[in-house]
Write a protein that binds this ligand. Sequence first.
Ligand code: DUC
Ligand code: ZN
Ligand code: ZN
Length: 472
Amino acid sequence: MTRILITGGTVIGPSGATANDVLVDGETIAALYAPGQGAGVAVDRTIEASRKYVIPGGIDVHTHMELPFGGTFASDTFETGTVAAAHGGTTTILDFAVQRSGEVVQDGLAAWHAKADGNCAIDYGFHMILGDINEDSLKAMDYLVDNEGITSFKLFMAYPGVFYSDDVQILRAMQRASDNGAVIMMHAENGIAIDVLVQQALARGETDPKYHGLTRPSVLEGEATNRAIVLAGVAGNCPLYIVHMSASEALEAVAEARHEGRNVFAETCPQYLYLTLEETLAKPGFEGAKWVCSPPIRSPHDEHHHQADLWRGLRMNDIAIVSTDHCPFCMKDQKELGIGDFSKIPNGMGGVEHRMELLYQGVVNGEISLARWVETCSTTPARMFGMYPKKGIIAPGSDADVVVWDPTKQTHIGINGKHHMNMDHSSWEGYVIDGKVDTVLSRGTVVIERDTYVGRKGWGRFVRRGLCQYLV
Ligand code: DUC
Ligand code: ZN
Ligand code: ZN
């Protein structure tokens, strides 16, 4: 077994920073030493981390590799997407296995295992999208929790005719989750109202990408979020996790529920923290299609200050996690499906490679602390989805998923030799971030050094997860 000593660094955890040397023995962290105290330990390799941060590997709990969607497939495979994730300091992803309408849940899960097995550069787990809630899928929820290490289920209040569930189905799934302890993850947008606005816009000849944003107003995200919270309460305080939150109205609903002590949690994504409708969706011609995702990127000229509110929500823990909703599509042949009709543009953006650096910029900008960066990007994801302390912390006995982070360097984001996602463009082209990934270990094995992937296909293992660790 290989032994590695990471020396001279500052270890960051959810409760702050300490100067420690870290001993990795095989796949796990063996010990933390006061600086210099590990000097005599026999090791195969030393990684010098002076003036660098040593953090638990990032955990991105919201990715869609190879998702069939919008008449095409998300363009990253588990192989390309996990290599890209590793480059950006993410060492575990949770992807969404899909049960489509009319399909048996276990068959959808088996299809996802077949896509990922033997292909991943880093560890991975699955949530399950329930696209057809009926007696069998309700029973399957119990089965997956008890036997498959899958303890979270995503439902959609959006996308009528695709993944959409009505309130009857949602309530029944929530009741089941109340009983078996699973987390219900909710895509909270009022999809049937949005579809009315979309049809009316198209009838007026409003076909450009920006109308994707303008037909999905934030109030319809707020309404759906509030409705999901009410239904989760009726179901008996079922654990509810609002995915990819973008709107102040939604945050208000979550904050109020949390104030009442409810099992309600939320995540947001970097695109909602940084990008504006005007700079993205509203670019001239068809370029805005690059940023078509749902919920949409919001305008700062709304009556709400969505971005400032989301940053505040992150500081206050009303937003617990930052994920990416990584769902990449190329412009060529994919986004182009929607030329002349924004509603046909495949919804999704790629970002799995950039989450850690984009959130670190939030530290540099004074929006969040170093500890909160690690907490929202690694420790809380591990606890929310039943993986802690195996994942999400640098502590003896934990998996040695470790990122050495250099705060003195910069990351230049863009497609020219810089990004590793299978996309013909970058949603973050030209962004320059203070801070850079130096070295990445996945279960004790170096997978990234000197900007190069040195791991191997199939190294990543499926993580069987327990229940959410925030529930009493
Ligand atoms: N939103 C997206 O933008 N893409 C995939 C699914 C989703 O909910
Ligand atoms: Zn969604
Ligand atoms: Zn998603």
